[in-house]
Design a protein around this ligand. Structure first.
Ligand SMILES: NC(=O)NCCC(=O)O
Length: 390
């Protein structure tokens, strides 16, 4: 069964001899992440509320002129609490309740910035290609009930909240977007960031519902650091990560909804590589569980109609600019990952590897501008005898 393995890490811990485990972790994960000492009350609250709670920390070297810039982020992954054919308002209310109890625990753990999974207020129903009732989950990013709910959480817990929702933009023809709303720890709405790249793969039929985002690559200056949101499929696009980083993001969240058969082998690589390439922290978050739809849908591949998109494998983690990473959360359970980081590490690693300095962006800017023109001919060097061949 796709969801049966609890996590890669628990499997390694069980089967690798203790003498070799530290070396395996060094090679696979860049070392053994420091475990955070989380409050006992938070650990018991998480157990009572039936979700996994893990905490890790990344250090930076002490500097003479800058104080450490310590921030705690919280990544939340969760299943749907109710069947997908429950009334829309009842599903949304149940998801609000679930997130509220998880954010309460995040607050006990001193989290400063929390991020939820992609389209967290609804089933990931775009696979069905049906419009109703799924479009009814869309809300205003500015003053919809979910934004108001998150503003209350932000104020109550002095926490920045990143809330990825299905947005209905009433001001511009009532159109839909896949949007992350960013709320300051004061409760004020800081802004929104729309999903730039829309999947055209498998049953991820999102292009039936919304277009590629038009907000570019905004970065939000918060009290705790500069943050950006690269939504799900944007993870596969290195230039997307790059632009958030060029705009100054120190932490890039990647709220996602993706399934085992499609992307699980890519998951540990892409966001971690982005953290390395861009000298920043990246935080990929995936939902968990299998969501069932009453009406069967087809995949356009000659296969039988089915009721499920696939198993969302969770495994949310944080990657640091030096390439190290935390273990992932469970592949099957709701969870909160609390990660403490010193943002000074971004510049320290930048000064060591110099990717921003050696990136030759001017060369690529020029060449990419040429490559997108219809007259562009790829620069392939051929031996003489090949030149006349078609
Ligand atoms: N939600 C979403 O964009 N999923 C696409 C699949 C993937 O990127 O792994």
């Amino acid at each position: 069964m796709a969801g049966a393995l609890e996590s890669l890490e628990s499997c390694l811990e069980r089967h690798i001899p203790p003498g070799e485990l530290a070396e395996v972790k060094r090679i696979l994960y860049g070392g053994e992440a420091r475990k955070l000492d989380l409050p006992t009350a938070a650990l018991s609250a998480a157990q009572e509320r039936d979700f996994e709670l893990q905490g890790y920390g990344f250090e930076a070297a002490p500097e003479q002129l800058r104080r450490p810039r310590i921030v705690r982020v919280g990544l939340i992954q969760n299943k749907l609490p109710l069947p997908t054919d429950t009334a829309v308002a009842v599903q949304v209310a149940a998801l609000h309740r679930r997130i509220e109890e998880m954010v309460g625990v995040a607050s006990m753990c001193g989290v400063n910035i929390v991020c939820f999974q992609e389209a967290w207020t609804m089933p990931f129903a775009f696979c069905t290609r049906e419009k109703l009732p799924w479009t009814e989950f869309a809300e205003s990013a500015e003053d919809g009930p979910t934004t108001k709910f998150c503003q209350e959480l932000a104020k109550k817990y002095n926490m920045v909240v990143v809330s990825p929702i299905l947005e209905r933009d009433e001001l511009h023809g009532g159109i839909l977007w896949n949007t992350a709303v960013v709320i300051s720890n004061s409760g004020a709405l800081l802004g929104k960031s729309r999903k730039n790249h829309i999947p055209r793969v498998g049953d991820f039929n999102e292009s039936t519902y919304y277009m590629e985002g038009n907000t570019g690559h905004p970065v939000f200056q918060t009290q705790f650091g500069t943050i950006a949101v690269n939504i799900c499929y944007g993870r596969h696009h290195p230039l997307n990560w790059l632009m958030y980083s060029i705009n100054g993001a120190e932490i890039i969240f990647n709220p996602s909804a993706t399934i085992g058969t499609l992307s699980e082998a890519l998951w540990p690589i892409e966001a971690r590589n982005a953290a390395i390439a861009n000298h920043c922290f990246t935080c990929p978050i995936n939902r968990v569980g299998t969501e069932y739809y009453k009406n069967a849908f087809t995949s356009g591949d000659g296969g039988k109609a089915h009721h499920e998109l696939g198993h969302f494998y969770g495994s949310s983690y944080v990657a640091a600019p030096d390439g190290s990473r935390t273990p992932g959360l469970s592949r099957t359970q709701d969870g909160l990952l609390v990660v403490e980081m010193d943002l000074n590490l971004c510049r320290q690693v930048g000064d060591k590897w110099n990717f921003k300095m050696t990136g030759r962006y001017e060369m690529y800017a020029e060449k990419l501008a040429e490559a997108i023109q219809p007259y562009f001919i790829p620069n392939i060097i051929k031996e003489f005898w090949m030149r006349s061949s078609p």
